[in-house]
Design a binder for this molecule. Structure first.
Ligand code: NCD
Length: 295
């Protein structure tokens, strides 16, 4: 595993290896020293959790980290991404954690012969993929349910614009989960094989074990419009409609009282903050595997 670009590139064996290592980090049973390696974080989009979680993971595995400041970089003087990466690898970077608005740029960089000596880790590419988020989400599911096979998950919210939904679906399919997507037609996106689609919350939530809420990602809207009042009326997750034994997940940021009723954020069956916590261990494992050549 030289790069982490998308879930589709990983086998179940790879994912389980990531989880074994993440679990060892979580238990405090694994220590690493990558003080001879350097990672550069390049975030071209807003981020709270993912950026700080990668930074925390880097600190904990003892690798040298550098933050590329997109807003004050020479990208604003017209330097392109290829020349930027070329120069940063000449300076001595071994790996790049990149979040970008472009769906395909990170994958294209990883295939570039020029960059054969460096690794790329996708921290969110456009509307396309967010593999570390999906990996930490499923790690959270696995740690909650002893037997996760045949569990039913409902992914609900703005699926059209969600890289989190796409990466999660790719991963959940590998573990044979029952996957349901719930959204109004305008937020359903392209239908994916193996997923059941619902427009009725009542029907989708019937028998659900896991509910994963997503934010309405207005900043990614092109010509679409959405009536928020109507969305809240028909799709908001509330303490009344959330199935009693289901866990509630959300990648964050949460718009309280839009996609979920505010009181659910830290309700006993919410694992939202556990997701944030687990993200550090999973990202430590991803970086350990890539930097250490473990897979
Ligand atoms: C998500 C993202 O950026 O794709 N957040 C995250 O990484 N935890 C989801 C979102 O922006 O709504």
């Amino acid at each position: 595993m030289k790069h982490l670009i998308k879930i589709e590139d990983l086998t179940v064996k790879d994912i389980n290896k990531i989880y074994d290592i993440a679990y060892a980090f979580e238990k405090g049973e694994r220590k690493t020293d990558y003080s001879n390696k350097s990672i550069c974080n390049m975030f071209f989009e807003n981020s709270t959790r993912t950026k700080l979680s990668f930074e925390m993971a880097q600190t904990k595995i003892n690798v040298k980290k550098f933050n590329f400041e997109a807003k004050v970089s020479s990208i604003n003087k017209g330097e392109n991404m290829y020349d930027t990466i070329n120069n940063l690898s000449a300076i001595g970077m071994d790996a790049f954690v990149i979040r970008h608005t472009d769906d395909n740029l990170i994958e294209e960089l990883s295939k570039e012969q020029y960059f054969k000596d460096v690794s790329f880790i996708n921290a969110g590419s456009g509307k396309n993929a967010h593999p570390s988020q999906a990996l930490l989400d499923f790690y959270t599911i696995k740690s909650h349910f002893k037997d996760f096979y045949n569990k039913t998950i409902v992914i609900t919210g703005d699926i059209t614009h969600s890289r989190v939904a796409k990466s999660n679906i790719a991963l959940l399919k590998k573990f044979n989960m029952n996957i349901r997507c719930l959204a109004p037609n305008e937020l359903t996106g392209e239908k994916i094989e193996g997923v059941q689609y619902y427009t009725s919350l009542k029907e989708a939530f019937d028998g659900a074990d896991i509910v994963m809420a997503l934010r309405i990602q207005k900043e990614r809207f092109e010509n679409e419009t959405i009536d928020i009042k109507k969305y809240i009326e028909n799709y908001q997750i509330t303490k009344e409609n959330l199935p009693k034994n289901a866990i509630l997940m959300h990648p964050g940021p949460v718009n309280k009282d839009v996609e979920i009723e505010a009181c659910l954020y830290d309700a006993p069956n919410s694992v939202i903050l556990k997701q944030a916590r687990n993200g550090v261990f999973v990202r430590m494992a991803i970086l350990d595997i890539i930097l250490g050549g473990i897979l």
